[in-house]
Design a protein around this ligand. Structure first.
Ligand code: FES
Ligand code: MG
Length: 593
């Protein structure tokens, strides 16, 4: 007989484990083992909510490790509000530590957390978020299970400094790479410069994927207002952990669930906030994934329609100059939301975890430093969202408009007759290893007119999709002053990169996308106004090439190295639809069904 572990109004789901007179045998078994470390029978049968703390921090996950400390304050909040805290681990995802790519682990952590939240006596959960994929993994799982859930960002590191200048996570790596390639620093100098960007506990201090996703979790209404941007070591971060603990108990009593918060209005708000903060190109993948697991319609057209024309307000690296501490002092997410609200760009009625609407939370918040968070009428850039491109290269790919530099514009987008388009011959790399092998080899034939192509790097080709599309030019070109070439690919790119690449191409080469048909020497044309990306090759020629590709058994990619790589490859979807485990999507609102 399957037991009833679903919720019904006024009844905590943990009662099915700990207080079910009709099933005394099992109840006794559940009780005795949760009592064995000190929780008393009285507590477990008191009708207090059991609150999970989904712990993503560990020694393997330095970005989130401070959650081990914050959990103490979360517990105090839970206890103070009358709940019982039960902390448990989430599969680690450290962006900078996992080979071949942390992208592989988002869906694995998601799966594990779904099982945990569904199968154990948990009435509500605090999701400890931070490093890139930890935030979407947790939100996706909370969406699927749909028990009351609140996210707590671990917060960014303090600002990095080197010789009086801010050094930002990731962003400094791209710069240091160029200095090393140009011979201006040596190996030791390279390591020292990069390490200067990581002065404390916390996640990337730039507007990379971590700051982006935690800002968007707040914009979605899933974390307390003002909490996303607090730097990890600040005392305010401890207080926010305590308040998060208090809040989740209230949420359980109010039965306020992810499906009440994660509405289409919330996602549209998040898309607009993403443009205003200069958010990561990984955001559409993750937000679309969360939307699919909660059952909200959302696709790339929404990003173009609602996000493209929103200006860049937050002056953080890589699109701007400041870092995480500055963002927090300037007002963080509430100041950005309030500024967008004054333009009518926020759907103000969207509910948030504290039971108030986002409008009520943010309406009166002021910008504290207009150098760091600009006013809407004095933005860093106009139209700072993503442009969605389509054509015979792929059904969709995105380009982050906020990082197109003046140099890039001068080189590629300055033809007065055709200011929104560029074209050139391509050099094609099959995966990151091929690129690393050949990029500096003069025989590869790259010059300043070349467009660099990275394929075989999507969710199937390079399981999980590697962050490799932003490729540096060959050393010879850097030494001539060419710091960037246009890059196009089916992989992802680090949110800390300032490269205006065309990425997340779907379908990827490994799924039969047009990129698989491209050959070095072909010409490709990009038109940002029309939103097109095409190989300048006849349909007949493309049909020939496709026939030859199919005869050869399709696009070749490396064998799986682990069981999970093989399993995920068999069921993962494409970047444009969130790169989710497709069979998982039909499992929705598990705690209610
Ligand atoms: Fe973890 Fe950037 S590597 S947040
Ligand atoms: Mg990343």
């Amino acid at each position: 007989m399957t037991q009833d572990i679903t919720t019904s109004p006024g009844k905590l789901r943990s009662r099915a484990w700990f207080d079910d007179p009709s099933n005394a045998d099992m109840t006794a078994l559940y009780l005795e083992r949760y009592m064995n470390f000190g929780i008393s029978l009285d507590e477990l049968q008191s009708g207090r909510p059991i609150i999970g703390i989904a712990q993503t921090g560990s020694d393997l996950s330095p970005c989130n490790r401070h959650h081990l400390v914050l959990a103490e304050r979360i517990r105090e909040g839970i206890r103070e509000a009358g709940g019982i805290a039960i902390e448990f681990p989430v599969h680690p995802i450290q962006e900078t530590g996992k080979r071949p790519t942390a992208g592989l682990d988002r869906n694995l952590a998601y799966l594990g957390l779904v099982e945990t939240l569904y199968g154990y006596p948990i009435d509500g959960v605090v999701l400890t978020t931070g490093c890139d994929k930890t935030t979407p993994a947790c939100l996706m799982a909370a969406a699927t299970v749909n028990i009351p859930a609140i996210s707590l960002s671990v917060g960014p590191m303090l600002n990095g400094w080197h010789k009086g200048e801010r050094t930002g996570s990731g962003t400094i790596v791209w710069k240091a790479r160029e200095l090393l390639a140009a011979g201006e620093i040596d190996y030791q100098g390279f390591i020292k410069l990069v390490a200067s960007s990581a002065p404390s506990t916390g996640f990337c201090n730039t507007m990379g994927t971590a700051s982006t996703m935690n800002s968007l979790a707040e914009a979605l209404g899933m974390s307390l207002p003002g909490s996303a941007a607090i730097p990890a070591p600040y005392r305010d971060r401890q207080e926010s952990a305590y308040r998060t603990g208090l809040q989740i108990v209230e949420m359980v009593h109010a039965d306020r669930k992810p499906s009440d918060v994660l509405t289409r209005a919330a996602f549209l708000n998040a898309i607009r906030v993403n443009s205003a903060i200069g958010g990561s190109t990984n955001a559409p993948i993750h937000l679309n994934a969360i939307a699919r697991h909660i059952g909200v319609e959302l696709d790339l057209d929404d990003w173009q329609a609602h996000g493209r024309d929103v200006p860049l307000l937050v002056n953080l690296q890589p699109a701007g100059e400041y870092l995480g501490e500055d963002y927090y002092r300037a007002g963080g997410v509430p100041a950005v939301v309030a500024e967008l609200m004054r333009q009518g760009l926020i759907l103000e009625d969207a509910l948030t975890v504290n039971g108030r609407s986002i409008g009520d939370n943010c309406r009166d918040v002021a910008i504290e430093d207009e150098k760091v968070i600009r006013r809407f009428d004095a933005p860093l850039k106009d139209a700072a969202g993503f442009s969605v491109l389509r054509g015979n290269l792929f059904d969709s790919a995105i380009m982050k408009l906020s990082v197109i530099s003046p140099e890039f514009r001068a080189r590629y987008l300055s033809d007065p007759a055709d200011p929104d388009a560029f074209e050139g011959p391509v050099v094609v790399f099959d995966g990151p290893e091929d690129y690393h092998h050949r990029i500096d080899d003069p025989a590869t034939g790259i010059d300043e007119t070349t467009l660099l192509i990275m394929r075989g790097a999507g969710p199937i080709g390079y399981p999980g999709a590697a962050e490799v599309v932003n490729m540096r030019p060959p050393v010879q070109l850097i030494q001539k002053g060419v710091g960037a070439l246009p890059c196009i690919g089916d992989g992802r790119q680090s949110g800390t990169s300032g490269s205006p690449s065309i990425l997340n191409a779907s379908p990827e080469a490994a799924a039969g996308g047009g990129l698989a048909l491209l050959q070095t020497g072909d010409r490709v044309r990009i038109d940002l106004r029309k939103g097109t990306a095409n190989m300048l090759i006849s349909d007949e020629e493309l049909a020939e090439r496709r026939k030859a590709l199919e005869a050869a058994g399709g696009f070749a990619f490396p064998a799986s190295q682990t069981p999970w790589q093989e399993m995920q490859r068999a069921v993962v979807g494409q970047a444009e639809s969130g790169a989710v485990l497709e069979p998982a999507v039909k499992y929705q609102k598990l705690a209610q069904t």
